[in-house]
Write a protein that binds this ligand. Structure first.
Ligand code: AVI
Length: 319
């Protein structure tokens, strides 16, 4: 018997078609990260204008040892995402955990990065979990009784709107359990010029990253989007405290995707990503709204980026 199954392709098609028909056209940012998109994002992290990776790595170099001194942050490190090849080793070296659990929805990334880490830490038990961490996850039996430190660097939390960010932080709390800790990177609100340069670099790598979404639509869906009819735009939305990435039509344009016709007038945009930035209190309020109490915070000398340690609070009666 044939069983109807929805594939990632179906989800991509459905998101693109629905997103382009929406009153404010938008495509979920996760579709930016195919193989080429992930390579381009890696290239972005090395750009001179893109400060978050460099600064967060510096904070970890200076302060991972401070995290290790807090009791209960020692037994198992649970990484949400495959882990970064520089940041994760810095944390593992400082914490010296008894186990490491990377969680990622992409089995391929997970296996590659786990193998690379195993080579660097041959004695460390690594238990990769292929799963979507937006939902609570049952962790491997081997770490069930261990104290847990979740790790979510990169200010990836900023790519979610606050309502979804709260859902994710709650799911992380359910996954890790009461009394566990979360070490999370959050990018600060700062001068708009600095932010705009970080998301619209002189070498044009972020332009290529954004336009790659249109190439992906043409390659994977039955589509004929003229990529040269769009340009990358980064906007600082002060009211929402976020950088927005858009693809803006540079002329009137029409195209077909999967047999459906779309028309964009010159100047109309497709919203492709948000990157929220957080003031000192914003970060704490977001974490608190999901049951995480901040117990430590480390920043760089310009206060451009924060690495925050939070503890999963037990529910309590409140007035
Ligand atoms: C993955 N994420 C944290 C990046 C950011 O800064 O929001 C994605 C990115 N988009 C353009 N440049 C970087």
């Amino acid at each position: 018997m044939d069983v109807a199954r929805s594939t990632p392709d179906d989800a991509f098609r459905a998101d693109v078609l629905a997103g382009l028909k929406a009153p404010i056209p938008a495509i979920p940012a996760r579709w930016l990260y195919d193989r080429r998109g992930s390579e381009l994002f890696e290239a972005i992290t090395r750009l001179p204008e893109y400060y978050p990776t460099r600064i967060e790595t510096g904070i970890l170099e200076r302060h991972a040892g401070d995290v290790a001194t807090i009791p209960g942050t020692g037994d198992a490190v649970i990484a949400f995402g495959s882990g970064s090849s520089t940041k994760t080793p810095l944390l593992l070296r400082a914490i010296a955990p008894s186990a490491y659990v990377p969680i990622d929805i992409s089995g391929e990334f997970l296996r590659d990065s786990a193998a690379a880490l195993q080579a660097e830490f041959p004695a460390l038990p690594i238990h990769p979990v292929e799963a979507d961490f937006m939902r609570p996850i049952r962790l491997p039996e081997a770490v069930a009784k261990m104290t847990k430190l979740g790790f979510f660097p990169g200010s990836t939390i900023g790519n979610l709107v606050p309502r979804t960010a709260t859902d994710l932080l709650r799911a992380m709390k359910d996954t890790l359990g009461e009394g566990s800790y979360l070490l999370i990177g959050m990018d600060r609100i700062k001068d708009a010029g600095v932010l705009l340069r970080a998301y619209d670099d002189a070498a044009g790598v972020t332009t290529e990253f954004n336009l790659n979404l249109l190439h992906r639509i043409n390659a994977e869906l039955d589509a004929d989007v003229p990529v040269d009819a769009f340009r990358h735009r980064a906007i600082w939305n002060d009211r929402m405290s976020r950088i927005e990435m858009h693809l803006e039509a540079v002329r009137d344009v029409s195209f077909t995707i999967d047999g459906e016709r779309f028309a964009f007038a010159r100047g109309q945009t497709i919203h492709t990503e948000n990157s929220h930035k957080f003031g000192f209190r914003d970060a704490r309020l977001l974490l608190r709204s999901a049951g995480w109490a901040v117990v430590g915070e480390w920043t760089d000398h310009d206060d451009w980026f924060a690495l925050i340690l939070a503890e999963a609070e037990a529910p309590r009666f409140a007035p």
